[in-house]
Ligand binder design. Structure first.
Ligand code: SAH
Length: 379
């Protein structure tokens, strides 16, 4: 089944049952069993629609490996724990993470690896990428299928792919934004009868002008709460990296990416990637409701610099050709520069018992080091 066929399937459903929510639309476009975006393809890299941080450079996964290793040691090096990645894409982050973490063989000996992945196509790619890794993955359909026990969990660009709801401010109140059919039969936005739950309405948006859009992310929050519950019962740490905002605010963040370019959200259902910015405030609150202790979030650039991005870049580039050194420098820029992924992406960590997690417990200010490097002094 191809994209145009998915458009027709959506139109038929709307003709039969009426307009659908933005969440239904997102879930169908991304995960329809026949034509869902992630179900049918490997969307990453130059030929795909977008490039994620692990695909930019091995340094990203390696530094997250260093985070996991430290978290494991801070947990008191448990004899057995669950190492989990949500939405592993090509498996690149996990391969780089395991290469770094296996510097301490007891980490690998204690870990059982679960990959939470719904896409059969990507499970195949992940299996191949991890062929030579020191751990074999068990695939899970959802986080709740991961066996109990102390947990170290990572998720990069996973939560942005989960369905969101949108509400529109009308003269009376906030009404759910829906997708229906225009007079010519194409997909179009409209306003439904569903109302925004008062508990989802931040005070700051009460006087918002008509037409303002507010988003909620019940699917993402439910998973964060489950992770929180697991951490509070068995201990451990979770690391969530995504683009998003730290305080609830109004705004339409739903976006489509098609062949490395922004696309109209309704134009290529199933053929374009659909994402929404993650609301880290409600995500942290949900984890807390589950029983975990969220730590103050960091921007990705600051997080990576604190973990030693520049030092790692220096080691990788040492003695290499100018061309390779330039590639490494470009990757550092891409991952950490404020005008690239450095500030748009946020990193949220939570632990089971409020234990400090490196580098969230380190003093701020490492961005200076970054400016220094931009001057070209790092090899
Ligand atoms: N973490 C990877 C990939 C990000 S893309 C990287 O950084 O490169 C999102 C990933 O989440 C894909 O692997 C996709 O198949 C998976 N995914 C999306 N929705 C999911 C869901 N509901 N349950 C499990 N996996 C999901």
């Amino acid at each position: 089944m191809s994209g145009p066929a998915l458009k027709e399937k959506l139109a038929a459903r709307i003709r039969a049952h009426g307009p659908i929510t933005v969440a239904d639309y997102m879930a169908t476009c991304l995960a329809d069993p026949e034509a869902g975006y992630y179900i049918t393809r490997d969307p990453f890299g130059k030929k795909g629609d977008f490039t994620t941080a692990p695909e930019v450079s091995q340094m990203f996964g390696e530094l997250i490996g260093a985070f996991c290793l430290q978290a494991y040691l801070d947990l008191g090096a448990p004899k057995a724990f669950q190492l989990v990645e949500l939405g592993p894409g090509r498996g690149t982050l996990m391969a780089d993470l395991l290469r770094m973490a296996s510097l301490r063989p007891e980490f690998v000996d204690a870990a059982s690896l679960s990959l939470v992945e719904t896409s059969p196509a990507l499970r195949k790619v992940q299996t191949k990428t991890l062929e030579k890794a020191p751990l074999s993955p068990a695939f899970r359909d959802r986080f709740t299928d991961v066996p109990d026990g102390p947990l170290i969990l990572v998720a990069n660009e996973f939560f942005d792919a989960l369905p969101i709801h949108q509400y529109v401010k009308t003269t009376e109140d906030w009404r759910e934004r829906m997708i229906g059919l225009s007079e010519t039969g194409g997909l179009c936005f409209g306003i439904g009868t569903g109302r925004l739950d008062d508990s989802d309405m931040p005070a700051a948006t009460q006087d918002a002008p008509e037409g303002t859009i507010l988003e909620t992310q019940p699917a993402a929050n439910a998973i964060a709460q489950e992770i929180g519950t697991r951490l509070s019962r068995h201990g451990g740490a979770a690391l969530i990296i995504d683009y998003g905002y730290l305080k609830t605010a109004a705004g339409d963040t739903l976006q489509a990416l098609y062949k490395h370019d922004y696309d109209d959200v309704l134009s290529h259902p199933g053929d374009a990637d659909l994402t929404a910015h993650v609301n880290f405030e409600t995500l942290a609150r949900a984890a807390q409701e589950g029983g975990a202790k969220p730590l103050p979030p960091l921007e990705q650039g600051e997080f990576l610099l604190r973990l030693g991005l520049l030092e790692r870049a220096g080691v990788l580039g040492s003695g290499k050709s100018h061309k390779i050194q330039k590639t490494i420098r470009d990757a550092v820029e891409r991952l950490a520069a404020p005008d690239q992924m450095g500030t748009l992406f946020k990193v949220l960590a939570f632990s089971g018992d409020g234990q400090a997690l490196t580098p969230f417990d380190m003093p701020a200010g490492t961005q200076q080091g970054f400016t220094h490097m931009r001057g070209g002094e790092n090899g």
